[in-house]
Design a binder for this molecule. Sequence first.
Ligand code: HEM
Length: 455
Amino acid sequence: MEFLAEYDAIPTADAPGRVGLLRRRMKADGPALLRELRERRPVFVTPVGVFVTRMADVMEVLSTPDVFTVGVYGPALEEALHGPFMLARDGADVHWHDRAHAQLMLPAEDVAPVRRLTARIADDALDRAVAVARMEGRTTFDYVQEYAAPVAARVAREYLGFTDVPEETLHTLSQRVQRAVFVNQERDPEVHASGVAAGKELHDVVAGVIARRRAVGTGPGTGAAGGTGAAGGRPADGSAQHEATPDDVLGRMLRASLPPGTGRELDDERINHQLVGYLIGYQQNAAQCAATALKELASRPDELARAERAAADEDTAVFDGYVWEALRFHPFVPSTPRLCVRDHVLAAGTPRATPLAPGTVVHAHLASAMFDGTVVEEPYAFRPDRTPVHNLVLGHGAHDCVGKYPARAIVPETVRRVLLRPGVRPLPGAVRDLDYAGTPYPQHYTVTAGATASS
Ligand code: HEM
Protein backbone atom coordinates (compact mmCIF):
# COMPACT_ATOMS: atom_id res chain seq x y z
CA MET A 1 0.00 0.00 0.00
CA GLU A 2 1.13 3.54 -0.66
CA PHE A 3 2.56 5.20 2.42
CA LEU A 4 0.09 8.08 2.75
CA ALA A 5 -2.99 5.85 2.42
CA GLU A 6 -1.65 3.59 5.16
CA TYR A 7 -0.61 6.57 7.33
CA ASP A 8 -3.97 8.34 7.00
CA ALA A 9 -5.80 5.12 7.92
CA ILE A 10 -4.17 5.25 11.37
CA PRO A 11 -6.27 7.47 13.70
CA THR A 12 -4.71 10.90 14.41
CA ALA A 13 -4.84 10.11 18.13
CA ASP A 14 -2.55 7.11 17.61
CA ALA A 15 0.64 9.16 17.32
CA PRO A 16 2.96 6.21 18.17
CA GLY A 17 1.28 4.15 15.42
CA ARG A 18 1.79 6.89 12.82
CA VAL A 19 5.38 7.58 13.89
CA GLY A 20 6.18 3.86 13.92
CA LEU A 21 4.96 3.47 10.34
CA LEU A 22 6.84 6.60 9.24
CA ARG A 23 10.11 5.31 10.74
CA ARG A 24 9.68 1.81 9.30
CA ARG A 25 8.95 3.09 5.80
CA MET A 26 11.76 5.66 5.93
CA LYS A 27 14.20 2.92 6.92
CA ALA A 28 12.91 0.43 4.36
CA ASP A 29 12.84 2.80 1.36
CA GLY A 30 13.40 6.48 2.21
CA PRO A 31 13.71 7.68 -1.41
CA ALA A 32 10.32 6.13 -2.38
CA LEU A 33 8.63 7.62 0.68
CA LEU A 34 10.08 11.07 0.00
CA ARG A 35 9.06 10.87 -3.64
CA GLU A 36 5.47 10.21 -2.62
CA LEU A 37 5.57 13.12 -0.15
CA ARG A 38 7.12 15.50 -2.71
CA GLU A 39 4.37 14.70 -5.17
CA ARG A 40 1.36 14.40 -2.87
CA ARG A 41 2.07 16.10 0.47
CA PRO A 42 5.26 18.16 0.13
CA VAL A 43 4.92 19.77 3.56
CA PHE A 44 4.07 16.78 5.74
CA VAL A 45 3.00 17.54 9.32
CA THR A 46 3.72 14.63 11.70
CA PRO A 47 3.91 14.17 15.49
CA VAL A 48 7.74 14.20 15.20
CA GLY A 49 8.01 17.38 13.17
CA VAL A 50 7.24 18.77 9.76
CA PHE A 51 8.91 17.08 6.78
CA VAL A 52 9.83 19.63 4.11
CA THR A 53 10.59 17.95 0.80
CA ARG A 54 10.53 20.48 -2.08
CA MET A 55 13.55 22.54 -3.15
CA ALA A 56 11.95 25.98 -2.66
CA ASP A 57 10.71 25.13 0.84
CA VAL A 58 13.98 23.54 1.96
CA MET A 59 15.78 26.67 0.77
CA GLU A 60 13.27 28.85 2.63
CA VAL A 61 13.83 26.98 5.90
CA LEU A 62 17.61 27.05 5.62
CA SER A 63 17.77 30.71 4.58
CA THR A 64 15.58 32.14 7.35
CA PRO A 65 17.63 31.69 10.54
CA ASP A 66 15.61 34.21 12.56
CA VAL A 67 12.60 31.89 12.17
CA PHE A 68 14.27 28.45 11.79
CA THR A 69 17.21 28.03 14.14
CA VAL A 70 19.75 25.28 14.77
CA GLY A 71 18.27 24.95 18.27
CA VAL A 72 17.45 21.26 17.69
CA TYR A 73 21.11 20.17 17.91
CA GLY A 74 22.83 23.41 19.02
CA PRO A 75 22.88 22.73 22.78
CA ALA A 76 24.21 19.15 22.28
CA LEU A 77 26.93 20.45 19.95
CA GLU A 78 28.09 23.09 22.41
CA GLU A 79 28.10 20.58 25.23
CA ALA A 80 30.34 18.33 23.15
CA LEU A 81 32.63 21.18 22.06
CA HIS A 82 32.69 22.61 25.60
CA GLY A 83 32.03 26.08 24.22
CA PRO A 84 30.20 28.21 21.65
CA PHE A 85 30.27 27.36 17.95
CA MET A 86 28.68 28.75 14.79
CA LEU A 87 26.66 25.64 13.90
CA ALA A 88 25.06 25.79 17.35
CA ARG A 89 23.91 29.42 17.18
CA ASP A 90 22.07 31.88 14.98
CA GLY A 91 22.16 35.62 14.71
CA ALA A 92 24.52 38.47 15.24
CA ASP A 93 26.72 37.13 18.00
CA VAL A 94 28.55 33.81 17.68
CA HIS A 95 27.30 32.70 14.28
CA TRP A 96 28.02 35.90 12.38
CA HIS A 97 31.44 36.46 13.97
CA ASP A 98 32.66 32.88 13.83
CA ARG A 99 31.57 32.46 10.24
CA ALA A 100 33.39 35.63 9.22
CA HIS A 101 36.49 34.36 10.98
CA ALA A 102 36.13 30.89 9.42
CA GLN A 103 35.79 32.34 5.93
CA LEU A 104 39.18 34.01 6.36
CA MET A 105 40.74 30.84 7.78
CA LEU A 106 39.32 28.53 5.06
CA PRO A 107 39.63 30.68 1.93
CA ALA A 108 39.05 29.86 -1.74
CA GLU A 109 42.81 30.23 -2.32
CA ASP A 110 43.28 26.95 -0.45
CA VAL A 111 41.64 24.88 -3.20
CA ALA A 112 44.78 24.27 -5.30
CA PRO A 113 47.25 23.56 -2.44
CA VAL A 114 44.73 21.39 -0.59
CA ARG A 115 44.09 19.44 -3.77
CA ARG A 116 47.84 18.79 -4.16
CA LEU A 117 48.08 17.80 -0.50
CA THR A 118 45.14 15.40 -0.85
CA ALA A 119 46.66 13.86 -3.98
CA ARG A 120 49.96 13.19 -2.17
CA ILE A 121 48.32 11.72 0.91
CA ALA A 122 45.86 9.65 -1.13
CA ASP A 123 48.54 8.19 -3.42
CA ASP A 124 50.62 7.27 -0.42
CA ALA A 125 47.65 5.61 1.30
CA LEU A 126 46.85 3.63 -1.86
CA ASP A 127 50.47 2.47 -2.15
CA ARG A 128 50.39 1.34 1.46
CA ALA A 129 47.02 -0.41 1.26
CA VAL A 130 48.01 -2.30 -1.90
CA ALA A 131 51.44 -3.23 -0.51
CA VAL A 132 50.01 -4.49 2.79
CA ALA A 133 47.35 -6.51 0.95
CA ARG A 134 50.03 -8.16 -1.17
CA MET A 135 52.30 -8.81 1.78
CA GLU A 136 49.42 -10.51 3.55
CA GLY A 137 48.44 -12.50 0.47
CA ARG A 138 45.13 -10.62 0.03
CA THR A 139 43.67 -9.49 -3.28
CA THR A 140 41.44 -6.84 -1.69
CA PHE A 141 41.62 -4.13 0.95
CA ASP A 142 39.17 -2.20 3.09
CA TYR A 143 38.55 1.12 1.35
CA VAL A 144 37.06 2.81 4.44
CA GLN A 145 39.56 1.68 7.09
CA GLU A 146 42.70 1.64 4.95
CA TYR A 147 41.99 4.56 2.64
CA ALA A 148 39.04 6.97 3.06
CA ALA A 149 39.22 7.42 6.86
CA PRO A 150 43.04 7.69 7.17
CA VAL A 151 43.27 9.98 4.13
CA ALA A 152 40.66 12.34 5.61
CA ALA A 153 42.44 12.29 8.99
CA ARG A 154 45.88 12.90 7.52
CA VAL A 155 44.54 15.85 5.53
CA ALA A 156 43.00 17.13 8.79
CA ARG A 157 46.38 16.78 10.46
CA GLU A 158 48.37 18.55 7.80
CA TYR A 159 45.86 21.13 6.57
CA LEU A 160 43.79 21.92 9.65
CA GLY A 161 46.80 21.56 11.95
CA PHE A 162 46.12 18.63 14.31
CA THR A 163 49.88 18.11 14.45
CA ASP A 164 50.98 14.73 15.82
CA VAL A 165 47.44 13.64 16.73
CA PRO A 166 47.03 10.00 15.59
CA GLU A 167 44.68 9.43 12.64
CA GLU A 168 42.69 6.90 14.63
CA THR A 169 42.10 9.42 17.44
CA LEU A 170 40.79 12.06 15.02
CA HIS A 171 38.52 9.59 13.26
CA THR A 172 37.01 7.72 16.19
CA LEU A 173 36.54 10.72 18.49
CA SER A 174 34.96 12.85 15.76
CA GLN A 175 32.66 9.95 14.89
CA ARG A 176 31.41 9.74 18.47
CA VAL A 177 30.69 13.49 18.58
CA GLN A 178 29.02 13.48 15.15
CA ARG A 179 26.80 10.59 16.14
CA ALA A 180 25.82 12.08 19.51
CA VAL A 181 24.95 15.51 18.11
CA PHE A 182 23.55 14.97 14.62
CA VAL A 183 22.31 11.38 14.49
CA ASN A 184 21.06 10.90 18.04
CA GLN A 185 17.85 12.87 17.64
CA GLU A 186 16.18 10.91 20.45
CA ARG A 187 19.07 12.02 22.68
CA ASP A 188 19.85 8.54 23.93
CA PRO A 189 21.78 9.34 27.16
CA GLU A 190 24.55 6.78 26.55
CA VAL A 191 25.27 7.96 22.98
CA HIS A 192 25.13 11.56 24.17
CA ALA A 193 27.53 10.96 27.08
CA SER A 194 29.95 9.15 24.79
CA GLY A 195 29.92 12.13 22.37
CA VAL A 196 30.45 14.66 25.16
CA ALA A 197 33.36 12.62 26.54
CA ALA A 198 34.89 12.33 23.05
CA GLY A 199 34.50 16.11 22.61
CA LYS A 200 36.33 16.68 25.89
CA GLU A 201 39.16 14.38 24.77
CA LEU A 202 39.45 16.30 21.50
CA HIS A 203 39.38 19.59 23.39
CA ASP A 204 42.22 18.46 25.66
CA VAL A 205 44.29 17.05 22.79
CA VAL A 206 43.93 20.34 20.89
CA ALA A 207 44.77 22.36 24.03
CA GLY A 208 48.06 20.41 24.10
CA VAL A 209 48.71 21.08 20.40
CA ILE A 210 48.03 24.80 20.89
CA ALA A 211 50.28 24.99 23.95
CA ARG A 212 53.15 23.33 22.06
CA ARG A 213 52.63 25.67 19.12
CA ARG A 214 52.63 28.72 21.38
CA ALA A 215 55.83 27.48 23.00
CA VAL A 216 57.74 27.49 19.70
CA GLY A 217 56.14 30.62 18.24
CA THR A 218 53.19 31.04 15.93
CA GLY A 219 54.64 32.42 12.70
CA PRO A 220 54.05 30.77 9.32
CA GLY A 221 56.28 27.98 8.09
CA THR A 222 56.12 25.84 4.98
CA GLY A 223 53.12 23.65 5.77
CA ALA A 224 50.30 22.36 3.61
CA ALA A 225 48.22 25.50 3.44
CA GLY A 226 51.21 27.30 1.96
CA GLY A 227 50.56 30.79 3.34
CA THR A 228 47.53 31.20 1.12
CA GLY A 229 45.11 32.45 3.75
CA ALA A 230 44.30 35.90 4.95
CA ALA A 231 46.66 35.37 7.85
CA GLY A 232 49.39 33.94 5.64
CA GLY A 233 52.69 35.57 4.75
CA ARG A 234 56.08 35.64 6.38
CA PRO A 235 56.67 37.68 9.56
CA ALA A 236 58.65 40.88 9.09
CA ASP A 237 61.48 39.70 11.33
CA GLY A 238 61.76 36.34 9.52
CA SER A 239 62.93 34.73 12.75
CA ALA A 240 63.87 31.06 12.89
CA GLN A 241 61.42 30.48 15.74
CA HIS A 242 58.57 31.47 13.42
CA GLU A 243 59.72 28.89 10.88
CA ALA A 244 58.89 26.17 13.42
CA THR A 245 55.11 26.40 12.96
CA PRO A 246 53.49 24.99 9.83
CA ASP A 247 51.26 27.39 7.93
CA ASP A 248 48.14 25.36 8.42
CA VAL A 249 44.69 26.55 9.51
CA LEU A 250 45.58 26.36 13.21
CA GLY A 251 48.75 28.34 12.52
CA ARG A 252 46.65 31.02 10.84
CA MET A 253 44.26 31.15 13.76
CA LEU A 254 47.10 31.50 16.25
CA ARG A 255 48.49 34.47 14.32
CA ALA A 256 45.21 36.20 13.46
CA SER A 257 43.73 39.06 15.42
CA LEU A 258 40.26 40.53 15.03
CA PRO A 259 39.67 44.25 14.60
CA PRO A 260 39.41 45.91 18.03
CA GLY A 261 35.87 46.41 19.27
CA THR A 262 34.33 43.34 17.65
CA GLY A 263 33.57 42.06 21.13
CA ARG A 264 34.83 38.49 20.71
CA GLU A 265 38.39 37.79 21.70
CA LEU A 266 40.28 35.20 19.66
CA ASP A 267 41.74 33.48 22.70
CA ASP A 268 43.05 29.92 22.75
CA GLU A 269 39.77 28.49 24.05
CA ARG A 270 37.84 30.00 21.17
CA ILE A 271 40.46 28.74 18.70
CA ASN A 272 40.07 25.30 20.28
CA HIS A 273 36.27 25.30 19.75
CA GLN A 274 36.72 26.47 16.18
CA LEU A 275 39.30 23.83 15.26
CA VAL A 276 37.46 20.94 16.90
CA GLY A 277 34.22 22.19 15.32
CA TYR A 278 35.89 22.14 11.89
CA LEU A 279 36.95 18.53 12.49
CA ILE A 280 33.39 17.58 13.46
CA GLY A 281 32.11 19.28 10.29
CA TYR A 282 34.70 17.53 8.16
CA GLN A 283 36.16 14.14 9.10
CA GLN A 284 33.15 11.79 8.86
CA ASN A 285 31.74 13.75 5.93
CA ALA A 286 34.93 13.43 3.90
CA ALA A 287 35.48 9.75 4.72
CA GLN A 288 31.87 8.79 3.96
CA CYS A 289 31.60 10.90 0.80
CA ALA A 290 34.76 9.25 -0.59
CA ALA A 291 33.04 5.88 -0.15
CA THR A 292 29.52 6.71 -1.28
CA ALA A 293 30.68 8.64 -4.36
CA LEU A 294 32.74 5.64 -5.47
CA LYS A 295 29.79 3.30 -4.78
CA GLU A 296 27.37 5.44 -6.82
CA LEU A 297 29.82 5.66 -9.74
CA ALA A 298 30.65 1.96 -9.65
CA SER A 299 26.91 1.17 -9.70
CA ARG A 300 26.74 2.84 -13.12
CA PRO A 301 29.45 1.21 -15.26
CA ASP A 302 29.04 3.64 -18.20
CA GLU A 303 29.33 6.66 -15.92
CA LEU A 304 32.29 5.05 -14.15
CA ALA A 305 34.08 4.61 -17.49
CA ARG A 306 33.40 8.24 -18.39
CA ALA A 307 34.55 9.39 -14.94
CA GLU A 308 37.78 7.37 -15.34
CA ARG A 309 38.49 9.18 -18.59
CA ALA A 310 37.70 12.57 -17.02
CA ALA A 311 39.99 11.72 -14.07
CA ALA A 312 42.98 11.68 -16.40
CA ASP A 313 42.37 15.30 -17.41
CA GLU A 314 44.47 17.87 -15.57
CA ASP A 315 41.56 20.28 -15.56
CA THR A 316 39.44 18.57 -12.93
CA ALA A 317 36.21 20.53 -13.48
CA VAL A 318 34.51 17.81 -15.56
CA PHE A 319 35.63 15.01 -13.23
CA ASP A 320 34.41 16.88 -10.15
CA GLY A 321 30.92 17.04 -11.71
CA TYR A 322 30.81 13.23 -11.59
CA VAL A 323 31.60 13.18 -7.88
CA TRP A 324 29.07 15.85 -6.84
CA GLU A 325 26.39 14.25 -8.99
CA ALA A 326 27.19 10.85 -7.43
CA LEU A 327 26.81 12.43 -3.99
CA ARG A 328 23.40 13.86 -4.94
CA PHE A 329 22.27 10.22 -4.91
CA HIS A 330 23.81 9.62 -1.48
CA PRO A 331 24.57 12.85 0.45
CA PHE A 332 26.22 12.77 3.86
CA VAL A 333 23.50 15.04 5.31
CA PRO A 334 20.17 13.84 3.81
CA SER A 335 18.12 15.98 6.18
CA THR A 336 18.86 18.69 8.72
CA PRO A 337 16.49 19.74 11.52
CA ARG A 338 15.58 23.31 12.43
CA LEU A 339 13.53 24.71 15.32
CA CYS A 340 10.77 27.14 14.36
CA VAL A 341 10.92 29.97 16.92
CA ARG A 342 8.12 32.29 15.72
CA ASP A 343 4.82 32.09 13.88
CA HIS A 344 5.53 31.60 10.20
CA VAL A 345 3.68 30.51 7.08
CA LEU A 346 5.93 28.18 5.12
CA ALA A 347 5.57 28.30 1.31
CA ALA A 348 3.24 31.29 1.65
CA GLY A 349 1.18 32.01 -1.46
CA THR A 350 1.35 28.42 -2.76
CA PRO A 351 -1.20 25.61 -2.46
CA ARG A 352 1.07 23.95 0.11
CA ALA A 353 1.23 27.03 2.42
CA THR A 354 1.48 25.73 6.00
CA PRO A 355 1.27 27.80 9.20
CA LEU A 356 3.92 26.80 11.73
CA ALA A 357 3.89 27.61 15.44
CA PRO A 358 6.92 28.35 17.62
CA GLY A 359 8.41 25.12 19.02
CA THR A 360 7.77 23.10 15.83
CA VAL A 361 10.68 20.96 14.63
CA VAL A 362 11.11 21.19 10.86
CA HIS A 363 13.12 18.60 8.91
CA ALA A 364 14.67 20.16 5.79
CA HIS A 365 15.15 17.17 3.49
CA LEU A 366 18.14 18.13 1.36
CA ALA A 367 18.20 14.67 -0.24
CA SER A 368 14.58 15.05 -1.31
CA ALA A 369 14.96 18.62 -2.58
CA MET A 370 17.74 17.50 -4.96
CA PHE A 371 15.16 15.21 -6.66
CA ASP A 372 12.37 17.80 -6.86
CA GLY A 373 11.16 17.41 -10.44
CA THR A 374 9.52 20.84 -10.38
CA VAL A 375 12.99 22.45 -10.51
CA VAL A 376 15.50 19.67 -11.24
CA GLU A 377 15.32 18.40 -14.81
CA GLU A 378 15.03 14.60 -15.05
CA PRO A 379 16.02 14.24 -11.41
CA TYR A 380 16.59 10.47 -11.57
CA ALA A 381 19.04 10.71 -14.48
CA PHE A 382 22.76 10.80 -13.67
CA ARG A 383 24.02 14.08 -15.15
CA PRO A 384 27.50 15.23 -14.18
CA ASP A 385 27.02 18.61 -15.86
CA ARG A 386 24.08 19.78 -13.74
CA THR A 387 24.02 23.29 -12.33
CA PRO A 388 25.58 23.36 -8.85
CA VAL A 389 22.63 25.51 -7.72
CA HIS A 390 20.55 22.36 -7.19
CA ASN A 391 23.28 20.40 -5.45
CA LEU A 392 22.77 20.68 -1.68
CA VAL A 393 25.45 18.19 -0.62
CA LEU A 394 27.28 21.02 1.18
CA GLY A 395 24.08 22.43 2.67
CA HIS A 396 22.35 25.70 1.89
CA GLY A 397 21.66 29.12 3.38
CA ALA A 398 22.74 30.60 6.69
CA HIS A 399 24.67 27.51 7.85
CA ASP A 400 25.86 26.13 4.53
CA CYS A 401 29.28 24.51 4.65
CA VAL A 402 31.85 27.13 5.61
CA GLY A 403 34.53 24.59 4.66
CA LYS A 404 33.15 24.36 1.13
CA TYR A 405 36.42 25.40 -0.57
CA PRO A 406 38.63 22.75 1.02
CA ALA A 407 35.74 20.27 0.75
CA ARG A 408 35.54 20.90 -3.01
CA ALA A 409 39.20 19.93 -3.29
CA ILE A 410 39.41 17.05 -0.80
CA VAL A 411 36.32 15.02 -1.69
CA PRO A 412 36.73 14.79 -5.49
CA GLU A 413 40.51 14.36 -5.32
CA THR A 414 40.22 11.46 -2.86
CA VAL A 415 37.96 9.68 -5.37
CA ARG A 416 40.02 10.76 -8.37
CA ARG A 417 43.24 9.18 -7.07
CA VAL A 418 41.41 5.85 -6.88
CA LEU A 419 40.07 6.07 -10.41
CA LEU A 420 43.59 6.88 -11.61
CA ARG A 421 44.80 3.65 -10.01
CA PRO A 422 44.29 0.63 -12.28
CA GLY A 423 42.80 -2.35 -10.53
CA VAL A 424 41.58 -0.58 -7.39
CA ARG A 425 37.83 -0.85 -7.82
CA PRO A 426 34.81 -1.98 -5.79
CA LEU A 427 34.53 -5.75 -5.72
CA PRO A 428 32.53 -6.93 -8.78
CA GLY A 429 29.09 -8.08 -7.71
CA ALA A 430 29.38 -6.14 -4.43
CA VAL A 431 29.72 -2.53 -5.63
CA ARG A 432 26.86 -1.32 -3.41
CA ASP A 433 27.92 -3.32 -0.35
CA LEU A 434 28.90 -0.64 2.13
CA ASP A 435 29.08 -2.33 5.52
CA TYR A 436 27.88 -0.06 8.33
CA ALA A 437 28.63 -2.67 11.02
CA GLY A 438 25.58 -1.56 13.00
CA THR A 439 26.66 2.11 13.14
CA PRO A 440 25.30 5.16 11.26
CA TYR A 441 28.55 5.41 9.23
CA PRO A 442 30.04 3.11 6.58
CA GLN A 443 32.80 1.10 8.28
CA HIS A 444 33.94 -1.28 5.55
CA TYR A 445 33.91 -1.36 1.75
CA THR A 446 35.90 -4.02 -0.09
CA VAL A 447 37.90 -2.99 -3.13
CA THR A 448 40.34 -4.93 -5.28
CA ALA A 449 44.02 -4.27 -4.59
CA GLY A 450 45.40 -3.26 -7.99
CA ALA A 451 48.88 -2.21 -9.01
CA THR A 452 51.10 0.13 -6.95
CA ALA A 453 52.07 3.45 -8.56
CA SER A 454 55.57 2.17 -9.30
CA SER A 455 54.66 -1.28 -10.65
C1 HEM B 1 34.13 16.94 3.24
C2 HEM B 1 32.90 17.15 2.87
C3 HEM B 1 31.95 18.05 3.61
C4 HEM B 1 30.60 17.91 3.56
C5 HEM B 1 29.81 16.87 2.77
C6 HEM B 1 30.05 18.95 4.40
C7 HEM B 1 28.70 19.18 4.57
C8 HEM B 1 28.15 20.21 5.31
C9 HEM B 1 26.74 20.50 5.43
C10 HEM B 1 25.62 19.73 4.73
C11 HEM B 1 26.60 21.55 6.26
C12 HEM B 1 25.28 22.19 6.70
C13 HEM B 1 24.79 21.57 7.99
C14 HEM B 1 23.43 22.04 8.39
O1 HEM B 1 22.82 22.91 7.74
O2 HEM B 1 22.91 21.53 9.41
C15 HEM B 1 27.93 21.94 6.69
C16 HEM B 1 28.21 22.97 7.56
C17 HEM B 1 29.46 23.19 8.06
N1 HEM B 1 30.65 22.63 7.65
FE1 HEM B 1 30.89 21.25 6.21
N2 HEM B 1 31.07 19.67 4.94
C18 HEM B 1 32.27 19.17 4.48
C19 HEM B 1 33.53 19.65 4.75
C20 HEM B 1 33.82 20.61 5.69
C21 HEM B 1 35.14 21.12 6.00
C22 HEM B 1 36.41 20.76 5.23
C23 HEM B 1 34.99 21.99 7.04
C24 HEM B 1 36.02 22.81 7.76
C25 HEM B 1 37.32 22.63 7.68
C26 HEM B 1 33.58 22.06 7.36
C27 HEM B 1 33.02 22.82 8.35
C28 HEM B 1 31.67 23.11 8.44
C29 HEM B 1 31.11 24.05 9.41
C30 HEM B 1 31.90 24.82 10.47
C31 HEM B 1 29.74 24.13 9.16
C32 HEM B 1 28.72 24.99 9.89
C33 HEM B 1 28.64 26.36 9.21
C34 HEM B 1 27.68 27.30 9.92
O3 HEM B 1 27.12 26.93 10.97
O4 HEM B 1 27.48 28.43 9.46
N3 HEM B 1 32.91 21.21 6.52
N4 HEM B 1 28.86 21.11 6.07
